[in-house]
Design a protein around this ligand. Structure first.
Ligand code: AMP
Length: 325
């Protein structure tokens, strides 16, 4: 057991008020880990005040229902803050996190920045939810869980691991997922929520397949302008899902989606097999995991530069490695 797990449990016991934070534009793991930990702590310590304090929500996971309102600033001063699934302080959706008396960083991203009084970071974990499940497993005699809490946690384990496909998935991941399923997770309903899509989104997928391009070395790219988003009636978040439509092209070990934001900047989603793209993302105001990273570019020229760098990266990789697909 990581020594920080015990320190975190001790801190949780010490405080009457615990505020839980996550990164902006929350995905299944950010929502699942924060809601999952909150649910475990509320079941175990009904006398404590335990709130999620985040400035934005996930439309995609809206089936989980509303979250806590933001509290007035003075409520933060005597609270323990737990910041989940977030590598850097500036990516937290609620910048009031820093008003908390003490902070815990609870994360599975490459640690590009230290923040918090206690930092529990395990970058080999396939999701932050896997860490929540490990935390629960380590203190099972003391912590309580129920079907709803396990469903939140299982959601993040499933979504962040690409449905248990990515290389970070280990035997431990599956054992912990099993522990969550043992609580009665309704997988039929959960997967229906995760997979069901509006009719129009299939039309958008067809558009992406029509408009994607491929560089000489095999980097697949697509650019989704504000105009395209309006034409399909998509939110930026919905448009961003297009990165997954390019994930299975043979020989295309890097694929990039560029989504124009309302302010003209361009969100970049970088994905890869075998090759590390997080360093490329870091050169363009971003970061993330080895094979799933994000960045921002501010012009079409910068976008073309990033694509050219990705092309060189892929070319070099193919020249120097065997066994890729
Ligand atoms: P996304 O494409 O937004 O899903 O991002 C993939 C991964 O990279 C996620 O784990 C994000 O938390 C991380 N990420 C995305 N954008 C950034 C950024 N600007 N800085 C650091 N990490 C990022």
């Amino acid at each position: 057991m990581n020594e920080n797990m015990q320190k975190i449990l001790d801190k949780i016991k010490e405080y009457d008020k615990i505020l839980i934070f996550r990164h902006f534009r929350p995905d299944g793991d950010a929502v699942g880990s924060t809601r999952g930990l909150q649910a475990i702590l509320r079941l175990t310590y009904p006398e404590k005040k335990i709130y999620l304090q985040n400035a934005d929500f996930s439309e995609y996971l809206s089936f989980y229902g509303d979250e806590d309102e933001l509290l007035p600033d003075e409520e933060y001063a005597d609270a323990l803050g737990i910041c989940m699934d977030t590598a850097t302080g500036k990516r937290l959706s609620n910048q009031k996190y820093s008003l908390c008396k003490e902070l815990i960083k609870f994360d599975h991203h490459i640690p590009v920045e230290d923040y918090g009084d206690i930092q529990w970071v395990e970058e080999h974990r396939s999701s932050c939810c896997e860490m929540v499940a490990a935390f629960y497993a380590a203190f099972q005699d003391e912590l309580k869980i129920d079907k709803q809490a396990a469903t939140y946690i299982y959601t993040g384990m499933v979504t962040d691991s690409g449905r248990f496909r990515f290389r970070e998935v280990s035997g431990e991941t599956m054992r912990l997922a099993g522990l969550m399923l043992d609580q009665g997770v309704d997988t039929d309903t959960l997967y229906a929520h995760l997979y069901m899509r509006e009719f129009e989104s299939f039309k958008f997928e067809a558009f992406v397949h029509e408009h994607m391009r491929i560089t000489p070395a095999g980097v697949a790219t697509v650019y989704i302008s504000q105009e395209t988003q309006a034409a399909f009636g998509l939110s930026g978040e919905e448009a961003s899902s297009c990165v997954s439509y390019m994930d299975s092209i043979k020989g295309s070990l890097i694929w990039l989606a560029f989504i124009e934001n309302a302010d003209g900047s361009i969100r970049v989603r970088l994905r890869s097999r075998f090759i590390t793209v997080s360093e490329l993302a870091e050169r363009y105001s971003g970061g993330g995991h080895a094979c799933a990273a994000g960045a921002t570019v501010y012009s079409e020229e910068e976008m073309e530069r990033l694509i050219a760098e990705a092309d060189t990266l892929l070319k070099n990789y193919k020249e120097n490695n065997d066994g890729w697909l």
